[in-house]
Design a protein around this ligand. Structure first.
Ligand code: NAD
Length: 509
């Protein structure tokens, strides 16, 4: 059976040792094995990164950007192959897999313009004869630890910007769908990146801990579930690194009485059930404001859900495919059982869904709950499956409170025709990314991505200028160039004054 190896120092390195199973979620069978790396594997990658990074940092920024430009063209040329590979391990449909890759490429395009953001600042004459300037230098070696649900986009969020800024980057992708990250590393080599600039070390907690403890790694970017994000943040920071750690989500869609309900239902179907709900920017909670809105929404949602086609990920007509593995299927179905136990009304039950010819696949039918309340655990926790929960709100104020008081604060959306309500909502809601009549408000690459509360630990977002800040450190130079020819002719008392001044904190007066 195929073994998916690390990419260390430009080689697909076969090492002995443990492997983990990679499933075909459509069939529910193991299709490959992935290496589970060790601290020694990470050490080898760090050594290769240390050898390559100074030369890469010394390469002019425009030349570095050209490598990323060539990489973008290679990814585009291989889009179909990459999308099929991604879909075969993740289970998202091919069109959605292409979206996953394209959203990553958007960041690569942004990274091609990074030289503009590395220019630094300059103040001429900050004091008498004194100039101050700053430069943005690479951190050195960065690492990324990524989740299963966007195996192309999230690695590219990280390494695109990190590498454009002159860093070497070590990727520890999800062990559940590791093949696309390997292909991306191969394409970077083909695009002209020196060996050691983008490497892949597969594994689980062992490699993650080795990354967090490694003294030569200066920055760690993490995306995954919140408990692990918090753990990564604390351990990385304790080891003196900069860490950004994005966590889980429970995004709400507020539906005001004046919303266009047909549009809302179409948007919700995609945002709640697309990719089997395995998106951190999915909309698994809908909050209709007022009983009339709730009744009308529910009436329209039921047939829309019935019309959803669940199929294998290669089925061009399927709206969504299987979830990633058997444990995750069991977990999602466990949450459905929990919702029933807690007293929510199960309107559409997706458990027990079976696809003919793929009976062992990890499929879950679309599920709808009504009368979910904030006290329920199934509301407070992330389900990360094709499950939509209706939480009814009496008025605008309580609708704003729900996402604001939730432990997660990744994304939120409001559907309304009232500009004032939308404006108030956007200003007041305690959530990091807001959509106004936009169900999945993932910011474009030149803005930045990041949630609040337990959806992100650390204070710098992914990509955009925030990403450049994360992957660079600032050096600020204060310079004075006295006129050497005049020095020897200065009076003695001038020298005494200069000596005196040296004991006072410098001011620019
Ligand atoms: P996960 O937390 O299980 O895994 C993420 C990464 O952490 C993987 O590389 C994994 O190998 C590693 N890991 C797992 N257990 C670990 C442990 N005990 N110690 C150290 N490392 C460990 O997440 P997942 O299931 O792959 O992805 C889904 C989660 O990611 C969801 O919670 C989703 O909301 C979240 N997510 C968040 C964002 C965001 O930007 N906020 C984006 C995508 C996904």
């Amino acid at each position: 059976m195929r073994v998916i190896d690390h990419v260390i120092a430009g080689d697909k390195t076969a090492t002995d040792g443990a492997t983990g199973a990679v499933f075909d979620p459509n069939r529910g069978e193991v299709q490959a094995h992935v290496r589970l790396g060790t601290a020694a594997d990470l050490d080898r990658a760090v050594a290769a990164a240390q050898a390559a990074q100074p030369g890469w940092a010394a390469t002019n920024p425009q030349k570095r950007a050209r490598v990323l430009f060539a990489f973008k063209q290679l990814v585009e040329a291989n889009m179909q192959e990459l999308a099929e590979l991604l879909s075969s391990e993740h289970g998202k449909v091919i069109a959605d897999a292409k979206g996953d890759i394209q959203r990553g490429l958007d960041v690569i395009e942004f990274a091609c313009g990074v030289p503009h953001l590395l220019k630094g600042d300059y103040t001429q004459g900050a004091g008498p004869g004194i100039d101050v300037y700053s430069m943005r230098l690479p951190v050195g070696i960065g690492a990324g630890i990524t989740p299963f649900n966007f195996p192309a986009m999230i690695p590219m969020w990280m390494f695109g910007v990190a590498i454009a800024c002159g860093n070497a980057f070590i990727l520890k992708p999800s062990e559940r769908d590791p093949s696309v990250p390997v292909r991306l590393a191969e394409l970077m080599l083909e695009a002209g990146a020196p060996e050691g600039i983008l490497q892949v070390v597969h594994g689980d907690k062992t490699v993650v801990d080795a990354i967090l403890d490694h003294p030569a790694i200066g920055a760690v970017s993490f995306v995954g579930s919140s408990d692990i994000a918090h753990y990564v943040y604390k351990r990385g920071v304790a080891a003196g690194k900069r860490v950004q750690a994005m966590g889980g989500a429970k995004n709400h869609g507020i539906v005001m009485p004046d919303a266009d309900l047909d549009q809302v239902v179409a948007d919700l179907a995609g945002a709640a059930f697309g990719s089997a709900g395995e998106r951190c920017m999915a909309l698994p909670v809908v909050v209709p404001v007022g009983d009339k809105t709730a009744a009308a929404l529910r009436e329209k949602l039921i047939p829309a859900i019935a019309a959803l086609r669940v199929g294998v990920s290669t089925d061009a007509d399927a709206h969504y495919g299987p979830v990633v593995n058997a444990q995750h299927k069991a977990r999602v179905e466990g949450w459905i059982a929990k919702g029933v136990e807690e007293g929510a009304e199960l309107v559409v039950d997706g458990r027990g869904f079976s696809l003919q010819g793929h009976e062992r696949g990890f499929f879950i039918g679309p599920t709808l709950f009504d009368h979910v309340t904030p006290q329920m655990e199934s509301y407070r926790e992330e389900i990360f499956g094709p499950v939509l929960q209706i939480v009814r709100a009496n008025d605008f104020e309580s609708a704003v409170r729900l996402p604001s008081e939730h432990q997660y604060g990744n994304g939120v959306a409001i559907f309304t025709r009232n500009g004032h309500a939308a404006r108030e909502f956007a200003a007041r809601v305690n959530v990091g990314m807001v959509g106004i009549n936009v169900p999945i408000p993932v910011p474009v690459a030149y803005h930045s991505f990041g949630g609040w509360k337990r959806s992100a630990f650390g204070d710098v977002n992914q990509h955009g200028e925030e990403g450049v800040r994360f992957w660079t450190k600032v050096k600020t130079i204060t310079q004075r160039w006295p006129d050497g020819s005049a020095m020897g002719t200065q009076a003695e008392d001038g020298a005494a004054a200069r000596t005196q001044d040296a004991f006072v904190i410098p001011t620019m007066g």
